[in-house]
Design a protein around this ligand. Sequence first.
Ligand code: FES
Length: 184
Amino acid sequence: MSQQTPAVSKPEPEVTRRSFFLALFGIGSVGMGALLAVPVLRYVLYPLTAQRGSAGWSVVGNISDLKAELASGQPVRRTIDFQQMDGWRQEDSAQAVYVTQAGDGKLRVLSAICPHLGCSVSWQKTQDEFVCPCHGGRFAATGRHLSGPPPRGMDSLQYKVEGDRLLVRFQYFRSNVPNKEPLT
Ligand code: FES
């Protein structure tokens, strides 16, 4: 007769409970890690996803002064100061704008940045038009494109009047495309 080995009881319930808690701990750790990683990743990737943009309104000048200068029929050039975000950094910037007045008296504020490749456009009194020195783009006093490689007219900027002050919200726009596409 063969001897039978006595059955050894296996601690199955114990192993299963331990495995369950280990698995639960693992899942909890991964979940916590993922939760903590989201804000860290957002902070690290912010400069890649954030667009270079300007914030707020800049003073162009006093309406009364501007209107007095506009009475000559020529656009008025002003340099405005503004702050812009470049990644994490806030930078002080300055850009030239032109204030023009249409026949109905309505003001228009134009960016001096050429919509072709970004050179600075200037008003040529003798030619009665804006001219870009880089590739000869030409624009009417209203900013309308007249000739040359720029694919659109000069970019008009949002403005408002507060008391006797003219304020403008400066924006950059995508260059060399037919439609005005804000980058801010
Ligand atoms: S950058 Fe102005 S015409 Fe090219």
